[in-house]
Design a protein. Structure first.
Length: 127
């Protein structure tokens, strides 16, 4: 691995801590977890789990574009839900963004997420 390059875009929420929106190492893009924040206002979107999941995936698309990739090149995701009862609704929105072959995925329940979000998704993609 020769270099690690930081990816930043104004089209996704700014990092709210000591981390990058994404980093590129060789031809792999590692995306930080995104929550359903609207990039300009920094506020959590309305619409419950469906609205938040859609915004999360739009944020991921924006970071991937800034990295020179796109959502079709995502190979793995990790989904964090504060309520597993939201799984079906999250999955319904998620399925609209990804096509076969679907990324590998882990989904876990967590006690709490930043800004009281209902869902957070991180991803790994290739260029």
């Amino acid at each position: 691995m020769d270099t690690i390059r930081k990816i930043t875009t104004e089209n996704a929420p700014a990092a709210i801590g000591p981390y990058s929106q994404a980093v590129v190492a060789d031809n792999t893009i590692y995306l930080a977890g995104q929550i359903g924040l609207e990039p300009k206002s920094g506020k959590l979107v309305d619409g419950g789990i469906a609205g938040e999941t859609k915004q999360v995936l739009e944020n991921i698309k924006a970071v991937l574009l800034a990295a020179g990739s796109d959502i079709t090149k995502v190979v793995s995701t990790a989904v964090y839900l504060t309520d597993m009862d939201d799984f079906a609704k999250m999955n319904e929105v998620y399925a609209k963004f990804f096509k076969e072959p679907y990324p590998a995925r882990a989904t876990v329940a967590v006690k709490q997420l930043p800004k009281n979000a209902r869902v957070e998704i991180s991803a790994i993609a290739v260029k």
